[in-house]
Design a protein around this ligand. Structure first.
Ligand code: ZN
Length: 184
């Protein structure tokens, strides 16, 4: 019995050591601050999403698909504003962190808040990557890499089909309307 327990502990330690070696400490730290996908506070019936989303939006967010490189509407999009999850509207990225990585998908060097996304290991397609999902509804957004620009060194490589853009002026107008309404 003792031997089994010791073996189990030993295997766990081995696993910790080996996984630490393979993964960048920066991503490990980010993962620690993220929530579990299973605890997503919002979920939508699949039927509703099939009606509401375009086929590519559905495929990317619900089936972990990837849009063709250079095909997405936000790949070369440079307007000022914020990028939300197309499924639930969660604000995730801002244009201030968007940069041209020339990888074919919208790239961001940071998230608006670390709580907005959940990170998880993704070993599909024979690669070892870090998947980025919306922490509010669990929608697949894209992947996180560590070849981004300073100071974060991060590249959130995100599908346009997973995003909805809100112009900065629209944001400001909405805030103004809210303020006026609350003053009436
Ligand atoms: Zn979402």
């Amino acid at each position: 019995m003792h031997v089994i327990i010791h073996l189990h502990v030993f295997m766990n330690i081995l696993h910790l050591i080996s996984s630490k070696k393979e993964e960048s400490p920066k991503i490990q730290k980010l993962k620690e601050s993220c929530k579990d996908t299973a605890t997503c506070p919002v979920s939508f019936p699949k039927d509703e999403l099939r009606e509401r989303l375009t086929p590519i939006q559905y495929k990317v967010t619900q089936e972990k698909g990837t849009e063709r490189a250079f095909s997405g509407e936000y790949n070369k999009h440079n307007e000022e504003g914020s990028y939300r999850c197309v499924v639930c509207g969660n604000r995730i990225f801002t244009s201030e962190d968007k940069y041209n990585s020339q990888c074919g998908w919208p790239a961001f060097s940071n998230v608006l808040s670390q709580e907005a996304v959940t990170l998880a290991d993704d070993t599909s397609h024979g690669m070892r990557r870090v998947e980025v999902t919306c922490s509010r509804c669990g929608a697949h957004l894209g992947h996180l890499f560590t070849d981004g620009p300073a100071p974060t060194g991060l590249r959130y490589c995100i599908n346009s089909a997973a995003l909805a853009f809100t112009k900065k002026t629209d944001d400001a107008n909405k805030l103004m309307t809210k303020k006026i309404k609350s003053e009436l």
